[in-house]
Design a binder for this molecule. Structure first.
Ligand code: G6Q
Length: 536
């Protein structure tokens, strides 16, 4: 058994689970009239009701002891101090520095990174103001009407999700497009919809070596030049966001049109950096800075609040309770807000790429469950689809319901129905219902949920919610003793296709693979060759 599962805190939690497991959550409400007050908190404008979980005061105390035993407080301090906590890549983890608004210094190798951060923010402001005000124009003198972000993974999911979430704050005259997939259909659809004279391409890649992004960027540049634009016009229509100035220059983008960030910003934590440029173009720099300020308010809460009152810590601990003591293998994200429809996909990367690990920091295989599968859809659509399994399926699926008190539209009746559904679902998941002699119509209940509320979905509240999840994932990674900040599985994927790509472009040479892979490659080539012959 590992140190973690043998530890006194873990063993105490296992014993506590055995004593509590048969108690219905609804009974805990009956026993304690102040349960909601006890198990709900607000910080940075985010209110979390976590009372509909199978927890009591002892559970929280035991879970907090586990966090202390795992060194959460020390690792939290180390992250904010810029220590190299990403040990497998030997880097600090400083997305919190991107939203540090207090003027405090954070040193990396003796250099204050905050001044670099402020410098890039100022450059982003100059550029985004110019584009939005029409001072920055395309090569024929027309104002920019369309922005195409070309990037993938961390260089796509965050900006795409935030632009959708903050649509009410977006400049409607500016249409945002996101091309990530190497599937040519992604690029082809966007190129059909935009005009080369009024389109700005943002090539977003931390490394500027990612195959998908570079192929998409080359395709966009060739399309632009085919429209009759001269090479010199590229400077008006292509900008880059990267840490790799050499590769940006080699692509043909003037480094003056490059927005820099740094290796201490992980891809999935990068929307707060210049990777957020499409967000700033769409909602303006003031609103982008409000997003940073909202995240910073949550950072302060996370850094300062005692573990038992700390929202990211509490969500992390409740998640551990379900994953490790109740065998929950997945976690549902259910935003009851149409604007948050890309949030589950974003959190999927944040959580699963961070905590989808099974080797500890010192290289031993874990003997306990780590990151769960994250999935979700906005309410109320999910209710008419997979919620059946939540209510009556054999798996325990804890869920976060995310809800905004005030809508951005005037259709109040819709909002009332939306919220009624959200509240009814969490109530029913907890209470269940028992139809006498009708097992098919009976619901066990006792399905745990958190309800996460903001007053209004605005830049600041969105920033706070995203930082809440970032720190939740961090705390879980510390307790599981894994590195939440590397992604060797993703790096493997970047290398895997290279050999087959070389073979697939040749007419007949296929290298040594298993028979299944060889026959699939050959099948593709045969079909392609037959198409070419019939076209001749
Ligand atoms: C994020 C991951 C990954 C990365 C993409 C794109 O944490 O590392 O999703 O963001 O693979 O990488 P580039 O930005 O380097 O193109």
């Amino acid at each position: 058994m590992s140190n973690l599962t043998q530890s006194p805190a873990w063993q105490a939690l296992a014993a506590h689970r055995d004593s509590l497991a048969s108690t219905p959550i609804r009974e805990l409400f009956a026993q304690d009239r102040e349960r909601v007050e006890r198990f709900s908190r607000e910080a940075a404008g985010v209110y979390v009701d976590y009372s509909k979980n199978l927890i009591n005061d002892d559970t929280i105390a035991l879970l907090a002891a586990l966090a202390r035993q795992a060194g959460v407080e020390e690792r939290r301090r180390a992250m904010f101090a810029g220590e190299r906590i990403n040990v497998t890549e030997d880097r600090p983890v400083l997305h919190v520095a991107l939203r540090e608004r207090s003027g405090a210094a954070i040193l990396v190798d003796g250099e204050n990174v905050i001044s670099n951060v402020l410098g890039v923010l100022a450059k982003m402001r100059r550029f985004t103001d110019a584009v939005r005000e029409g001072a920055w124009r395309g090569h024929t003198g027309r104002a920019i009407t369309d922005v195409v972000n070309i990037g993938i993974g961390g260089s796509d999911l965050g900006p795409r999700m935030v632009c959708e979430a903050l649509k009410p704050y977006g400049r409607r005259a500016l249409t945002m497009h996101f091309v990530s997939n190497v599937d040519g259909a992604d690029m082809a659809e966007v190129l059909q919809a935009v005009d080369p004279e009024t389109t700005l391409f943002v090539i977003a890649s931390k490394t500027f070596t990612t195959r998908e992004t570079l192929l998409n960027a080359h395709t966009a540049r060739a399309w632009f030049l085919r429209s009759g634009a001269a090479e010199a016009a590229i400077a008006k229509h292509f900008v880059a966001v990267s840490t790799n100035e050499g590769a940006v220059a080699a692509f043909g983008i003037d480094p003056g049109n490059m927005f820099e960030f740094w290796d201490w910003v992980g891809g999935r934590y990068s929307l707060w950096s210049a990777i957020g440029l499409p967000i700033a173009l769409y909602i303006g720099m003031d609103a982008f800075e409000a997003l940073l300020a909202g995240a910073h308010a949550m950072d302060r809460h996370f850094a300062e609040a005692p573990l038992e009152q700390n929202l990211p810590v509490l969500l992390a601990l409740i998640g551990i309770w379900h994953t490790n003591f109740f065998c929950a293998a997945s976690h549902l994200i259910a935003p009851y807000d149409r604007y948050l429809h890309r949030l589950p996909a974003y959190l999927q990367q944040l959580d699963m790429e961070s905590n989808g690990k099974s080797v500890t920091l010192s290289g031993e295989r874990v003997d306990y469950a780590t990151g769960p599968v994250i999935w979700g859809e906005p309410g109320t659509n999910g209710q008419h689809a997979f919620f059946q399994l939540l209510h009556q399926g054999s798996a325990l699926i804890p869920a976060d319901f995310i809800v905004c008190m005030q809508p951005h539209h005037g259709l109040d009746a819709h909002h009332e129905v939306l919220l009624a559904n959200c509240f009814a679902q969490t109530e029913a998941l907890m209470n269940g219902s028992h139809a006498k002699d009708a097992p098919h119509r009976s619901f066990d209940g006792n399905r745990p949920t958190n309800t996460i509320c903001v007053d209004k979905l605005d830049p600041a509240s969105l920033g706070a919610v995203l930082a809440l999840y970032e720190h939740k994932v961090f705390v879980q990674g510390v307790i599981w003793n894994i590195n939440s900040f590397d992604q060797w599985g993703v790096e493997l994927g970047k290398r895997l296709a290279v050999t087959i790509e070389g073979e697939i472009t040749q007419p007949d040479t296929t290298g040594a693979h298993d028979r299944s892979t060889t026959s699939l490659i050959d099948r593709f080539k045969a079909r392609r060759n037959a198409r070419a012959e019939s076209a001749n």
